[in-house]
Design a protein around this ligand. Structure first.
Ligand code: SF4
Length: 314
């Protein structure tokens, strides 16, 4: 890959037998599908800090509101070592476009990690893996997900779309930031943002119209706003609304029958009768017949490689 999309990932998810029982937790989606389009950088923090494979289980323990990671009896406290390693990988992650963590791990879990009481008699699922926390704290805009959540088609699509958007942003910065490029970038993402968050759609447009801030500050505010907006789930209703806006560009170019067909497909999608790919395919078909450069450049139509088939399931 000449300009790869680098994604950090828990090593066990790509088949490395590094878990406590020397097994892997291979994610078929990550390896067989997404893996064809990105380059993984795999990390196992527990092995990296010197724990053996296989090893005794470790867990998060809350002692007077201080979270530590150790064996259930409190021995072999590795909290500091995991955090230190997390800080090192967090620096590398500045070059990544996403991170996929292994769920529930006291080191790698992104959320809902089990935290035991000091006496081991009770547990709450409200922790964050010590290693994962450092990565996310140092890279707040980095798209992050867990393997389990990626089984949900909407969350999966959302994560991949964010990864590709973040990569496009990094490429823009690498090419040299200018106000013109920033505006051009936004014009490509307009309908993507609209499908996620109408308020952000308006706010980002207003941000780019400001004349009182430097382009660097504008870019920082822009990417923070964009990545926050893309995290919001694009619902069926919001997609249907976005599709209708796109439909508007064709209204004068289509025959009454074609217009009716597109309107019907959007409505079928709104009602859950067909997946998103159906009206989108028709729009792309009309775009071939009636080229509209402004619409053709919209990432909403092609946010990531079609082979991932992420818009077939909802
Ligand atoms: S969850 Fe993290 S620490 Fe545990 S085996 Fe996988 S990569 Fe290693």
């Amino acid at each position: 890959m000449p300009n790869p999309i680098n994604i950090g990932i828990s090593a066990c998810l790509v088949g490395q037998p590094v878990r406590y029982d020397a097994s892997a937790k291979t994610s078929a989606f990550c390896v067989n599908e997404l893996g064809k389009h990105v380059q993984y950088r795999a990390f196992c923090p527990e092995v990296a800090i010197g724990l053996p494979v296989p090893r005794s289980t470790i867990r998060q323990i809350n002692t007077n509101d201080v979270i530590s990671v150790s064996r259930p009896d409190g021995s072999n406290n590795v909290t500091e070592a995991l955090a230190e390693y997390g800080k090192r990988v967090a620096k590398l992650a500045e070059k990544f476009s996403g991170y996929i963590f292994c769920a529930k791990s006291p080191s790698c879990g992104m959320e809902r990690v089990k935290v035991y009481s000091a006496d081991g008699k009770s547990a709450k699922s409200d922790g964050v893996g010590i290693f994962a926390a450092e990565i996310m704290k140092a890279n707040p805009l980095l798209p992050c997900e867990e393997n389990g959540r990626l089984n949900d088609p909407i969350i999966r699509e959302n994560f991949v779309a964010r990864v590709f958007a973040y990569k496009a942003w990094k490429d823009l910065l690498k090419s040299g930031l200018t106000k013109h490029k920033l505006i051009q970038f936004h014009s490509c993402y307009k309908y993507t943002v609209m499908a996620h968050d109408l308020i952000a759609y308006k706010a980002l447009g207003q941000l780019l119209a400001r004349a009182d801030i430097a382009v660097e500050e504008m870019a920082e505010l822009y990417i923070a706003g964009l990545m926050t907006a893309l995290k919001i789930k694009a619902t069926r209703k919001k997609h249907a609304n976005t599709l209708q806006h796109l439909q508007g560009y064709f209204s004068k170019k289509l025959s009454p029958l074609e217009r009716q067909e597109l309107a019907q497909q959007i409505d079928d999608y709104r009602q859950g009768l067909v997946p998103l790919v159906v009206p989108l395919t028709l729009i792309k078909h009309y775009l071939l017949i009636h080229p509209l450069s402004y619409i053709a450049q919209q990432t909403y139509l092609n946010p990531y490689p079609e082979q991932l088939k992420l818009r077939y399931g909802y």
